[in-house]
Design a protein around this ligand. Structure first.
Ligand code: ADP
Length: 155
């Protein structure tokens, strides 16, 4: 059974992430969305909120599960016996950044990173832009799946 993890902060889940996960399940038997916990990072949404947004968005997709982890992504992969990391690419900046991480990960463990090119209509979307729109009371609903609600967010 081929399993992949899709690691990230998902603060919050966007239509860009959603597209990569949806396409990921056509390639893998299971896609584990893995929310990385970084104690030094300030998030807009709590871990519980971020997890719920993803779970609700994929409630009808049994091949998608959501977990959280601390530490190196490759160590987490080894722990749960996953050999593939799924990542999305939006632009040349993403490519350069992802290339360095993927090479480092290959040095650390025999784990392959699989890249999917973003869909054209979601390529401009990032969680940081979504957070900016939310903070400034803009219409963020165009950028995120329906499950993302901001009622309880700390703006
Ligand atoms: P990070 O904490 O690494 O910034 P994110 O949660 O923003 O993580 O992103 C996780 C993954 O989703 C990364 O591989 C990133 O490239 C990908 N991603 C984010 N936004 C998009 C998008 N609009 N289209 C495709 N992939 C995306």
């Amino acid at each position: 059974m081929k399993k992949a993890i899709f690691p990230g902060s998902f603060d919050p889940l966007t239509l860009g992430h959603y597209d990569i996960i949806k396409r990921g399940v056509t390639l893998f038997d299971e896609v584990i969305v893995a929310i990385g916990i970084n104690a030094d990072k300030k998030y807009m949404f709590s871990l519980e909120q971020r997890k719920k947004f993803i779970e609700d968005a994929f409630k009808d997709e049994p091949k998608v599960s959501v977990v959280s982890y601390k530490g190196l992504t490759v160590d987490f992969c080894k722990k749960i016996d996953v050999h593939f990391i799924l990542r999305g690419l939006r632009n040349p900046a993403d490519f350069e950044f992802e290339k360095a991480i993927a090479h480092t990960n290959r040095d650390l463990a025999p784990i392959e990173t699989v890249f999917l090119l973003t869909a054209a209509n979601t390529s401009y979307i990032s969680s940081s832009i979504v957070r900016d729109v939310i903070r400034n009371n803009g219409n963020y609903t165009l950028l995120v799946p329906k499950s993302v609600r901001i009622k309880n967010s700390k703006k």
